[in-house]
Ligand binder design. Structure first.
Ligand code: AMP
Ligand code: MG
Length: 351
């Protein structure tokens, strides 16, 4: 009995020694990892600016692979899409479809964009209408960036005539074959930038699934990955009547996209009246009540078409319809009064 007790005493002393070693080891490991964490540099971001799709493009990427290669691939993708969907390129898919008097067979990508555009046109009751080509070219908003552009307000009868040759109901696509009637022309200017942003993000992630950063195409933004792999990007909604840098609101995103349509993006002024590029498909004139609409949505393509639709529909209707179509929005009227969808406030906090 006695022996046993002293034996157990010895055992206790032996265990304490081991514990001390373990504690020492643990503390040194803790100090080592804390030092490592302190010394570990935050990922660096590389950025490049370019011009594409009629706007300034900024690509910001951080990657443990080569971020330069990713940025260049993203920019190449933007230029490829611009060429394919441009109205000014003679051989673009859209020019070929618009010129043809016969149904045109298109590839999978073009079919995908046209199909989505038609779906969103139906869902917004034609507020977003991808077949307004004749009206848009009558106003000249397809040529507004060209040096010889001569702004002019069309007459009512010219607008009426153009409107009679517009409307998504005249476009159909089946098994990759696009059929257009009534001499309508496609203008995908309100959706292609969003599609390009989605493609850019897909390409960056294909090249490095852990890449982070964002693509900013004239304040239409798609997130490649959360800032420093875990933090929110702060995104300001521009004040449509302020100087660049003035903003109305800030939201926080780790993923998804945010797209704005504004009457300050492409416009001309005649006799003190601003004529801008977002046209009401029902009247044929630039929309007046809204001056800026911003949509947050998982896909930039949808956000792009929806921001244009919301612009046409106005804040009251849009604050109900947009969430049904997968977008949360902030809408600004002529008096700079803002209206939001219910879910917008979700993005105003870092959750
Ligand atoms: P966004 O800046 O995305 O709103 O797109 C505006 C561009 O889309 C214009 O420059 C036109 O090419 C075209 N567009 C104008 N009004 C409409 C509309 N109601 N539906 C669809 N596209 C439009
Ligand atoms: Mg748009």
């Amino acid at each position: 009995m006695f022996k046993m007790q002293s034996g157990s005493k010895n055992q206790i002393v032996k265990l304490s020694k081991n514990s001390w070693i373990l504690i020492l080891l643990f503390v040194s490991l803790l100090i080592f990892f804390s030092l490592m964490l302190l010394l570990k540099k935050k990922p660096e971001y590389l950025s490049k600016v370019d011009i594409a799709l009629g706007t300034t493009l900024k690509v910001v990427v951080s990657s443990e692979k080569d971020p330069r290669l990713i940025i260049d691939a993203v920019l190449r993708e933007f230029h490829r899409i611009e060429k394919k969907f441009s109205l000014n390129e003679q051989n673009s898919d859209i020019s070929i479809i618009n010129r043809s008097k016969q149904p045109v067979e298109v590839d999978e990508e073009t079919a995908f964009v046209i199909e989505r555009a038609l779906t969103l046109a139906r869902a917004t009751d034609g507020a977003f209408d991808p077949a307004l080509g004749n009206l848009i070219s009558l106003w000249g908003f397809d040529r507004i960036n060209q040096t010889d552009f001569n702004p002019r307000v069309p007459t009512d009868s010219e607008i009426e005539a153009a409107l009679s040759r517009c409307g998504y109901e005249n476009v159909s696509i089946e098994k990759g074959i696009v059929t257009m009637s009534n001499d309508v022309k496609l203008d995908l200017g309100a959706i292609v930038k969003g599609y390009a942003i989605d493609r850019a993000i897909a390409i960056a992630r294909e090249m490095d699934p852990l890449a982070t950063g964002y693509v900013d195409a004239g304040r239409d933004i798609g997130i490649i990955g959360a800032k420093f792999k875990g933090e929110y990007w702060s995104i300001a909604v521009q004040d449509p009547r302020g100087d660049s840098g003035d903003y109305l609101d800030v939201v926080y995103l780790k993923k998804g996209s945010i797209v704005t349509s504004g009457d300050y993006e492409r416009f001309f002024i005649i006799d003190g009246v601003r004529y801008h590029h977002i046209l009401n498909p029902k009247t044929g004139y630039p929309v007046r009540k809204t001056i800026s609409t911003t949509i947050i949505s998982p896909d930039a393509m949808d956000a792009d078409a929806l921001s244009t639709a919301a612009f046409v529909l106005g804040s009251e209707f849009s604050s109900v319809l947009m969430p049904v179509l997968g977008g949360q929005g902030l809408f600004v009227d002529e008096q700079l009064k803002t209206t939001q969808t219910q879910g917008w406030s979700f993005f105003k906090e870092k959750r």
